[in-house]
Design a protein around this ligand. Structure first.
Ligand SMILES: Nc1ncnc2c1ncn2[C@@H]1O[C@H](COP(=O)(O)OP(=O)(O)OP(=O)(O)O)[C@@H](O)[C@H]1O
Ligand SMILES: [Mg+2]
Length: 325
């Protein structure tokens, strides 16, 4: 595959995200302590909002857009409904040059849909209908006619049997697996650990890794993850990241101290940025730089896709330490 453009299939959720912001009614109200904040919307009242952003999300469609913008062959496989939100998802992916021939339609559920109420502080309250992005049917995830080098698998809302079937097909075909499990998968920790046997790269945040292996510090967590997977990445929001392939350990700091406007999609941009480089056989360091730059850019814009970097975007250096495992 060396030298050829990698082919990546992103599998998982597709949703429409509608952001409402710039409203006097979205001011956070504190009760008891600053950690308990509420948005109080008076029943029966009409709250004016002065800004609306339509975007699409879902971990897999966000990742697919990174791969496409980075110039890779990008495909998306997931389930939507026959509705305007599903049409919005397809339009976004088509405009980005993502191959959508493996999209399936739910007969029972509508496309996942979220309304995000953004407070002036950047905090948000989310109303979410998960719909088709939580009800997966294994028959829609057939890899027979799929010709790719990598799968990027994001959360499938804890559909462990479907994930198992996908991973088994991938391994038979020699397809590598990048896995970014979510809450749904972490709720089935035994089954999740069994799935890791087939995983080539595991990417999770610090709290998630702590549910999989013992440990406090990123390095300890990364080392312990080597019992399950050949490559592990642990991110810790603005505190940086650690990645290891069992030979070297790379610790990265913050890429840039930016003003966070909306952190939706940070994790997706991080994982997909990493895989864009890793699938091209770049180093751990290079992969971490694009992962960090991509996610940092995404948090400065409303929506999970607006800030995703193009392959011509100029990157700068970041603080990285590499040592032997
Ligand atoms: N406040 C921030 N400032 C700058 N960069 C950030 C910030 N928050 C996140 N990032 C970037 O996004 C990356 C991923 O963030 P994080 O570790 O929070 O992932 P996550 O918890 O999986 O995110 P998600 O909730 O989207 O799944 C970080 O490594 C960092 O590069
Ligand atoms: Mg995440």
């Amino acid at each position: 595959m060396s030298g050829q453009t990698p082919r990546i299939l992103a599998i998982g959720a597709a949703v429409q995200d509608v952001f409402l912001s710039h409203s006097d009614e979205f001011k956070p109200v504190s009760e008891k302590s600053v950690h308990e904040q509420f948005m109080k919307l008076e029943l029966g009242a009409k709250a004016d909002v002065n800004n609306i952003d339509f975007s699409t999300g879902g971990g897999a469609t966000n990742a697919a857009v990174t791969f496409a913008r980075q110039g890779l062959h990008s495909m998306f496989m997931g389930t939507i409904g026959h509705d305007p939100a599903g049409a919005a998802v397809l339009t976004d992916l088509d405009n980005e040059g993502v191959d959508t021939t493996h999209v399936s339609y739910s007969q029972r559920y509508n496309t996942g849909y979220s309304v995000l109420l953004l407070a002036p502080s950047g905090e948000r309250t989310i109303l979410t209908y998960r719909g088709a992005s939580t009800h997966y049917d294994a028959k829609f995830f057939d890899l027979t006619n799929v010709d790719v080098d990598w799968l990027y698998v994001s959360s499938m809302a804890g559909s462990m049997e479907t994930l198992h079937a996908i991973f088994e097909q991938a391994k038979k075909k020699g397809i590598k697996i990048f896995f970014n499990p979510g809450k749904g998968e972490l709720a089935h920790i035994g089954k999740l650990k069994a799935l890791l046997e087939d995983v080539d790269v595991l990417s999770v945040n610090r709290e998630e890794m702590q549910q999989i292996v013992e440990g406090e510090e990123l390095e300890e967590l990364g080392r312990h993850a080597m019992h399950y997977v050949p490559v592990a990445i642990v991110s810790d929001g603005p505190n940086g990241v650690l990645a290891t392939d069992g030979k070297t350990i790379v610790r990265g700091g913050m890429y840039e101290d930016v003003r966070v406007i909306d952190r939706t999609g940070a994790g997706d941009a991080f994982g997909s940025g990493f895989l864009s480089e890793w699938a091209q056989e770049k180093s751990l360091k290079e992969a971490i730089v694009l992962a960090s730059a991509n996610s940092t850019s995404v948090v400065t814009k409303i929506g999970a896709k607006a800030g995703i970097l193009h392959h011509h975007s100029k990157l700068h250096d970041m603080l990285l330490h590499e040592k032997e495992f």
